[in-house]
Design a protein around this ligand. Structure first.
Ligand SMILES: Cc1cc2nc3c(=O)[nH]c(=O)nc-3n(C[C@H](O)[C@H](O)[C@H](O)COP(=O)(O)OP(=O)(O)OC[C@H]3O[C@@H](n4cnc5c(N)ncnc54)[C@H](O)[C@@H]3O)c2cc1C
Length: 477
């Protein structure tokens, strides 16, 4: 059995993904020793892919709420990302977005997002952690198989190391950040812990993604292009997102809910993009060169495990996708994990990590941002045809109608745009949408007319004026 060498507090973090790395950053100032245990054999020294992060093949938007939380936990990370080629994209002016209500105006910046590959985001965070916290160690090639302790207290974790030897790592605090595949409910049951309430809402979303070389003159300072789905149509929701990332590339993700999923066929990729509510993204793609293969991914259900409501043993906390995994279309998973890690740190600043009440307090604090993102996702996903999970309630329907009205009002009202982007970027809770000035604006409705097409700059339009490199499927070659 591995002993805590210093005799002082030790935290073991399960999973070396984004949530695990940020949990280590959150706890490092408050314990003597943090050990991150990861199943992948290598956490790359560069922004390279790794086998157990398959979602990195798909476009990831990191909203400012998440990016700011990461910066607060690990100062300097943003500069590391930007130096490595990531883009800081102002929102809403850096976004050409077709919402269910129409084209968004490109108002002055209220927020931003980081445009980078997921591998670059994680590498930047790992690099910053290593520089800031020498008391954090990482063991790779180790599989967690269970918890040690009993229903009242977790005292460590059971592992299978690279040589398939069983061992137990003692810990004063265990943080599960093993992502969507977390086995925490089974692990808890095995030590006599509580059952955990779980809700699933699954719109059956499947992703297909590919990278493109950005056309000449567009490698820097280029907007996100986002054609959203409209849940009111009663047809499967299909989305295209084009996100500028490092190395002069665009990361393009297609997604479709049950019955409208994209395929992995390269020949059909741009055809799908052309078939969504507007062909703008397809028009840009026709003028760019695809690089690499199409990757597909289908494990996208919203799943919420309410650890904060269960009579949890002390010494155990669950963070990130392990607690709440979200339909990625709304781009909130990383931000919810980052804000959860910040909540973990803030709890540690107030309550000693070794105190019996620490884990419960931390779990409640983590649940705040995760629940906010959950409501945004299921508030739409429940409306798609054949969505699995509870049907929308009257409250859901009223809330959805109000959000539709806000989306429409936002097209002509900066105050509402600011409120909506604050929520979308996870800088403020959804309650700001119920503030008196926003309610008043919604009641007054549109102050400027709807746009009859996307607001493009001359440079953006000039790309569309170029000859396409490939003809659309329904056009003669
Ligand atoms: C297609 C797709 C697109 C997405 N797009 C966005 C986006 O645009 N914006 C956004 O914010 N979010 C997005 N997300 C969500 C985002 O990827 C997740 O929210 C984020 O990865 C959660 O991080 P995590 O650390 O909790 O889990 P993960 O990143 O999955 O990390 C979990 C880690 O735990 C390790 N692990 C698992 N089991 C064990 C075990 N038994 N023993 C040891 N180690 C283990 C794994 O190897 C892995 O390294 C997307 C997700 C998908 C699927």
């Amino acid at each position: 059995m591995t002993q805590n060498p210093s005799g002082s507090l030790r935290a073991v973090v399960l999973g070396g993904g984004l949530a695990g790395t940020l949990a280590a950053a959150a706890l490092a100032p408050y314990v003597a020793d943090v050990l991150v245990v990861e199943r992948d054999t290598v956490l790359p020294e560069t922004a390279a892919p790794r086998p157990r992060l398959p979602q990195a093949a798909h476009a990831h938007m990191l909203w400012s709420g998440g990016a700011d939380a990461i910066e607060e936990l690990l100062p300097g990370t943003t500069a590391t990302w930007l130096e490595a080629g990531a883009h800081r994209i102002p929102i809403p002016n850096g976004m050409v977005s077709y919402s269910p209500a129409g084209w968004f105006r490109r108002w002055t910046e209220t927020h931003y997002l980081i445009g980078a590959s997921r591998d670059l985001v994680d590498w930047g965070v790992r690099t910053a952690l290593r520089a800031a916290h020498p008391n954090v160690r990482t063991r790779t090639g180790v599989r967690i198989t269970g918890l040690a302790g009993d229903g009242s207290r977790v005292t460590g974790v059971r592992i299978l190391d690279g040589d398939r030897r069983e061992d137990v790592l003692d810990a004063d605090l265990v943080v599960d950040a093993t992502g969507r595949d977390s086995k925490a409910p089974e692990w808890l049951a095995a030590i006599g812990g509580p059952a955990v309430e779980e809700t699933v809402v699954d719109a059956g979303v499947r992703y297909a993604s590919r990278r493109y070389r950005a056309p000449e003159g567009t490698a820097s300072d280029w907007p996100v292009v986002n054609i959203q789905a409209d849940p009111r149509l009663g047809t499967p929701g299909q989305v295209v997102s084009v996100i500028p990332i490092e190395d002069g590339q665009w990361h393009v993700s297609l997604s479709g809910t049950r019955g409208g999923e994209p395929s992995g066929d390269e020949q059909l990729f741009e055809e799908f993009a052309r078939g969504v509510r507007h062909p703008l993204a397809a028009d840009f793609l026709a003028r760019a060169e695809p690089i690499g293969e199409v990757a597909v991914y289908g494990r996208t259900a919203n799943r919420q495990r309410r650890y904060e409501k269960a009579a949890m043993p002390t010494g155990f906390v669950v963070l990130g996708d392990a607690a709440t995994s979200l339909n990625p279309v709304y781009g909130h998973g990383m931000s919810a994990a980052a804000l959860g890690a910040l909540a973990l740190r803030d709890t540690a600043a107030k309550t000693p990590v070794g105190a019996p009440k620490f884990a419960r307090q931390a779990q409640k604090a983590i649940a705040g941002p995760a629940s906010a993102a959950w409501l945004l996702a299921v508030g739409q996903d429940r409306f798609y045809p054949d969505a699995v999970g509870e049907a929308p309630s009257l409250g859901d329907r009223l809330a959805a109608r109000y959000v539709q009205r806000l989306n429409r009002t936002a097209i002509g009202n900066f105050l509402v745009v600011r409120a909506l982007t604050e929520v979308m970027a996870m800088k403020k809770p959804a309650t700001v949408l119920g503030s008196p000035d926003v309610l008043f604006a919604a009641a007054r409705g549109l102050r400027r007319p709807l746009l009859d097409g996307p607001q493009l700059t001359e440079r953006e339009q000039s790309v569309l004026n170029r000859e396409p490199l490939r003809a659309a499927a329904d056009e003669p070659a």
